[in-house]
Design a protein around this ligand. Structure first.
Ligand code: TTP
Ligand code: MG
Length: 362
């Protein structure tokens, strides 16, 4: 039986801002640039009472909570805090799999400390509080799926544990939306089939689930029985991260496309930062009105992280390759080739998906 911990920081960006500026404490705070085209990255729990959440437009957020205080994101600070959190995790195990800046799985089955998983989770939460002045929620269980569900149960600032003996009843009561792999479309399909809870899901045969959901059906069959053998992978490296958008109306010409590129570049910067990812290659994707698609890429010896820089790189590709007068329906930008993340060992080696090594003169 494995011992897995899932840790997720509470209102991460907003909590960091409230920690660093006492004037923001106890107030409804949204981390976002205060511009109509921007979206909220996250909201403090005070703001959530008004319905303000991640991904809401700034305009909607203001309508829901007129007193809302907007704070522009400081990604470099969040990254630093994220590294400090991981430092705390590594006191207990090297088997740490970060999912984003504020979230990670830990496998403490063989933790040398001899402590129980719950004890370790408690100590990690206490260390995050006393050393970093922030709160985290933790879930403890025997697989990733249940550990993650557990960390959400007593959020914010909570710790929950799902023991093997309690798992079946617990899973039975879960709404299907909570199952890993069930997005809005699958949830809708399940409801149409009369499957609303774990109990409903468990009542169906593997064959039936596979008939409706293909291979994923087999996964649902297992997971609803508490079988999730996905390992905690400490070395998982992302190889690319991209973003794309279809225009409401087709765009013609470099300047109207460039406007969209600027927005994409800004959103991509945020995503890169959240994933703590960067890379050496920028790929521009252009889909024309007739659905024919082309990609053009540029690789250089510095990584792409900054929105303005990404925008200029993409715009240059656009200028070089966009056929004049041809209507464009979609543009996308992808950054690829995992960059060496700053590690204390000073390792500059990173494997891309194809196993190649990339060096950046470190
Ligand atoms: P989450 O862990 O999803 O959210 P959170 O930490 O703000 O709040 P909680 O866990 O207490 O529910 O995401 C972590 C950070 O990632 C979040 O602080 C901001 C960023 N983020 C975005 O930028 N955009 C998004 O759409 C989401 C969901 C998160
Ligand atoms: Mg969080």
């Amino acid at each position: 039986m494995r011992k897995i911990i899932h840790i997720d920081m509470d209102a991460f960006y907003a909590s960091v801002e409230q920690r660093d500026d006492p004037a923001l404490r106890g107030k409804p705070v949204a981390v976002a640039r205060d511009a109509s085209r921007c979206v909220v990255t996250t909201a403090s729990y005070e703001a959530r009472r008004y319905g303000v959440r991640s991904a809401l437009s700034v305009a909607t957020a203001k309508r829901l909570c007129p007193r809302l205080i907007f704070v522009p994101p400081r990604f470099d600070v969040y990254k630093r805090v994220s590294a400090q959190i991981r430092e705390i995790f590594r006191r207990y195990t090297d088997l740490v799999e970060p999912l984003s800046l504020d979230e990670a799985y830990l496998d403490v089955t063989h933790s040398p400390s001899g402590k129980t998983a719950t004890q370790i989770a408690r100590e990690i939460r206490a260390a995050i509080r006393s050393e970093l002045g922030l709160t985290a929620s933790a879930g403890v269980s025997f697989n990733k799926f249940l550990a993650k569900v557990a960390s959400d149960l007593r959020k914010p600032d909570g710790l929950s544990r799902i023991l093997p003996k309690d798992a079946p009843a617990f899973i039975d009561a879960l709404p299907v939306e909570s199952f890993f792999g069930v997005g809005p479309a699958t949830a809708k399909k399940m409801h149409a089939l009369g499957i609303a809870s774990g109990r409903d899901l468990r009542a169906r045969s593997r064959e039936e689930l596979m008939r409706h959901f293909g291979k994923t059906g087999a996964w649902f069959f297992e997971i609803v029985r508490g079988n999730d053998s996905r390992p905690v992978e400490s070395s998982r490296e992302r190889v690319s991260l991209g973003i794309e958008d279809t225009f409401p109306r087709d765009a013609v010409g470099v300047s109207s496309c460039a406007e969209e590129l600027r927005i994409l570049a800004r959103r991509l910067e945020e995503r890169l930062s959240r994933a703590n990812f960067s890379g050496y290659t920028l790929t521009l994707k252009i889909k024309f009105a007739d659905f024919v698609q082309m990609t053009r890429a540029r690789t250089r010896d510095r990584v792409w992280t900054d929105a303005e820089d990404i925008f200029r790189g993409a715009e240059k590709l656009l200028e070089e390759h966009l056929p004049p007068g041809r209507p464009v329906r979609l543009l996308g930008i992808t950054i690829s080739h995992a960059a060496p993340v700053a590690r204390e060992e000073g390792a500059a080696r990173v494997c891309g998906g194809n196993g190649q090594l990339y060096f950046d003169g470190f």
